[in-house]
Design a protein around this ligand. Sequence first.
Ligand code: AMP
Ligand code: ZN
Length: 471
Amino acid sequence: MFSIYNTLTRKNEQLISNVQGKINMYTCGPTVYHYAHIGNLRSYIMEDVLEKSLRYSGMDVKRVMNITDVGHLSSDADTGEDKMLKGAKREKKTVMEIAQFYTDAFFNDCKKLNIKRPDVVEPATNCIQEFIEMIETLINKGYAYEAGGNIYFDTSKLENYYVLSNQKEKELLVGVREDVDADENKRNSSDFVLWFTKSKFDEQELKWDSPWGIGYPGWHIECSAIGIKHLGEYMDIHCGGVDNIFPHHTNEIAQSESFLGHKWCNYWFHVQHLNDKSGKMSKSKGDFLTVSLLEEKGYNPLVYRFFCLQSHYRKPLEFSYEVMDNVKTAYGKILKKVSELSEEGEIDSTEYNNYRQKFLEALENDLNTSMAVTVVYDMLKSNVNDRTKLELIKSFDEVLSLNLTSLREREDENIDNDLKSYVDEMIAKRAEAKKAKDFSAADKIREELLSKGIVLKDTREGTVWSLADNV
Ligand code: AMP
Ligand code: ZN
């Protein structure tokens, strides 16, 4: 049986889905005003491992992710400028151009990290009508009110608004948190905006007509409406980073359950933050760690995935290049070991099932990925025959997604013999593409090489390359 820690009950719980064998899973997607930092991507890696582990245990998963392209203000509460508008101003582009560019960049990073694309990906700006309908129902049911041109959710209508976060109301009083101004329209300090028609930032680029005037949605409504649109009235698992617990997920529960009239989601899965030495990572800080930066420094993005898998998702994780270097060495060694396994012989089904079971048990125990990695090492060290080891590695990689057989496949293709001339030719093509300012063609070449385990690095002397597993 699969068990995960549920933020809602603050306990490890057996996962019992609404429909047996099927899991409805929702993930808060990125706010696409900048590149994702590797902290954001820690959350998406661990959510990807959760999805794949559920599938590995035999469940059928439907996963939905929104793309936040409107409404997320600089503060997670209702103040500050829309992050998308900030991004557009920074780059002198339109909001939709920014959204498209950073959505593509996000999925590009996901691809490099072997994060599977969710079954449904829905930008918030596609669903304005659904938001309006949901807000209308909340008003009609007496959970929302209009004040000063905006529509607010009335948290005093709920018996326990802080069901998820267990926050002390006084700790959250508006004005206590940095950059939060008191909004005099709110009846209660914890009320939040569902629809803006009035804001200090009047130059909001994207606005829509609504029964309450021309405006734009608050941030929280999108995940409730998109979740219900694609997964129906009952959700099994809702995921996000821990910073989403309050106010975002707390507000999602308030809106969704008031709208539906019953409990909405049973399990809340939250990933602790990745921090750097100076503390929390933030996209708004400007200079932050991205997948491209790791590549420029010569790391295969999968080394970062491996780094994340080696610690538990509920523990804060500190990023450092020293640890990355150790993980890089360990990753190279595993690939090498796998490349040396012989394909001869029969699969020993007893050993196969035994190790598959151990691996699954680790994952079923609140996604203990470091234990799962230990099973990989134990299995490789054991005296199980090579053929069985190889099949087990392929099986484990369905969840770990570390391309564990990549070195062996490269050797199989015998690329090594003419590897140099092949890479040199690709580098020359890339240089030509760059000269012609065809950066997307140039990026494609870089990616194609990376998918073969070859990392390019642009230096003053020109482009140099190395093999990802032993760079
Ligand atoms: P955003 O693009 O800011 O909406 O965030 C995307 C996802 O990354 C959300 O699930 C956040 O909770 C999560 N997140 C933000 N910062 C971090 C961090 N430092 N480590 C892990 N996850 C994070
Ligand atoms: Zn969300």
